[in-house]
Design a protein around this ligand. Structure first.
Ligand code: GLC
Length: 478
């Protein structure tokens, strides 16, 4: 079986969020499962940081030109190997030598080019996959072009597509004036990408792909409804027969309290003693005096309101006033939120620490050092942080949505089951009550908390189950 994953980011090469975790670990898990029977490859753009950090590892395969409407653009193809998976990097400095991965005025053109380059790569390296597994709107053009422009070519006609939606809020919406000039689509392609009077790349990929998946079963149900679908529920309902949800796994070797070299001391579910050193280290990082019995609540998140910050900003002061909780936050994002939390830190010295950074290594210290991990998302397609926190014995507190609903089950005080805390409604005081309930258990029932930590750490969040589900889809598509 030949599979080509296409995405705009993949760990360890380039990352702005959970997509990179998935594209950096699912292909390896599939390869591991299928062994010699599979040829698994991945393609992402060659961003300047990759060229700098991985200069020794990547090598050029070939150079070609890629046409995009009237343009004739350079395309270098570079590659490396990781755990039996080939990673390709598309090199074009004009498009990808930017300080940020996204957010340029010409993102439409950058990712239209990337879409074309993915298809041209197949013939350049003579790798025509059985399945092109594309991810998010940045790779939607590849799916659309395959169906509308390449499918009549014999080498391409048997390629099937799976398109995965990692977050439906990001759709790639553009004005129709660039349909031909940038996207190189014809008038007869208009209806394929048209939604609400605009070009909508996500919609185009949903329509053009053979199967559509999203990253949890619950989110697959949710996006059929208006509340969650960011306007695309009609399209998803019309394509419901090809939609499914598969919850993400995480790389359990990379995120491992037992083996992680980046945390103060390793520990396991059976012997949690090392966690105290991790907590002390986090306190040092935050400039807090050591207080082993004072609970720390952490968030590691993009600062975007849909991650639940509406709720946090509403009640965090009440929580800090009514409990002894310490609050630590790592992430960057919306200016208003950065501003709010900077001021909060000033008002609660020694109890609140805000690090406005995207820093993977520092995040490990947050995951391992905290006692509780808050993820009150308004919507959460899958969410990885709740699983990562669990791997480090930090108890997730989540809103019951998307992958949070699928992966975290509320602690039940009658039978001791559950691996976290949860609340149903997107309501600030429901969240506050849940946090305060967790704090009271932590403070007053040490034995119960210790049992809960075991439940939390023992859940299997590896890729093994989900990789098999993807393989089932690839097999059916073939
Ligand atoms: C997006 C989603 C997140 C998911 C990740 C990986 O970032 O917002 O919920 O875990 O993609 O699929």
């Amino acid at each position: 079986m030949k599979i080509l994953y296409a995405a705009s980011e993949a760990l360890p090469y380039a990352s702005t969020g959970g997509l990179a975790d998935v594209v950096g670990s699912l292909p390896q898990a599939v390869k591991k499962e299928l062994g010699e029977g599979a040829d698994v490859r991945v393609v992402i753009p060659l961003y300047p940081t990759i060229r700098r950090k991985f200069a020794e590892e990547i090598e050029m395969v070939c150079e070609l030109n890629v046409k995009l409407a009237w343009r004739n653009q350079y395309c270098g193809i570079w590659q490396t190997q990781a755990n039996g998976v080939t990673f390709y990097f598309i090199d074009n400095e004009y498009y990808f030598n930017r300080s940020a991965l996204y957010g340029s005025f010409d993102d439409a053109e950058r990712f239209a080019y990337f879409g074309k380059a993915i298809l041209e790569l197949m013939s350049a390296v003579e790798f025509y996959p059985d399945v092109l597994h594309a991810n998010d709107w940045q790779t939607a053009p590849a799916v659309i072009y395959l169906k509308r422009k390449y499918a009549h070519l014999s080498a391409y006609q048997n390629i099937k597509t799976l398109f995965t939606i990692h977050n439906i809020d990001y759709q790639g919406i553009y004005d129709f004036s660039i349909l031909g000039d940038i996207f190189e689509l014809a008038e007869w392609d208009r209806s394929v990408v048209e939604y609400n009077g605009c070009i909508n790349l996500l919609k185009g990929a949903i329509v053009c792909s053979d199967m559509v998946s999203t990253v949890s079963g619950r989110y697959a149900d949710e996006i059929l409804t208006e509340y969650y679908a960011s306007g695309l529920h009609h399209i998803l309902r019309a394509n419901q027969d090809k939609l499914c949800g598969i919850v993400n796994g995480i790389d359990v070797d990379y995120y491992s309290a037992e083996a992680d070299p980046e945390i103060a001391e390793n520990f396991t579910a059976e012997d949690l003693s090392g966690k105290a050193a991790c907590k002390a280290e986090l306190e040092d990082v935050c400039g807090f005096p050591h207080a082993p019995n004072t609970p720390i609540l952490a968030m590691v998140s993009r600062l975007a309101s849909h991650k639940g910050f509406d709720l946090v900003t509403r009640v965090i002061e009440e929580i800090l006033t009514e409990t002894n909780l310490r609050f630590v936050l790592l992430g960057t994002g919306e200016f208003e939120l950065e501003d709010f939390f900077t001021k909060l830190e000033d008002r609660f010295p020694g109890r609140v620490c805000i690090k406005l950074e995207y820093n993977k290594s520092l995040s490990k210290k947050f995951y391992a050092g905290a006692d509780m991990f808050l993820m009150p998302s308004k919507s959460e397609p899958c969410g990885l942080a709740q699983m990562i926190a669990s791997r480090y014995g930090t108890v997730p507190i989540v809103r019951e949505t998307g992958g949070l609903y699928d992966t975290i089950h509320a602690y039940n005080e009658y039978d001791g089951s559950g691996n976290g805390f949860s609340f149903t409604n997107y309501n600030a005081h429901d969240m506050k009550n849940t946090v305060e309930y967790a704090v009271s258990l932590y403070m007053e029932k040490k034995d119960v908390w210790a049992e809960l930590l075991k439940n939390v750490m023992k859940v299997d969040f590896s890729w093994s189950v989900s990789a098999k589900k993807y393989i089932d889809i690839y097999t059916k598509l073939q």
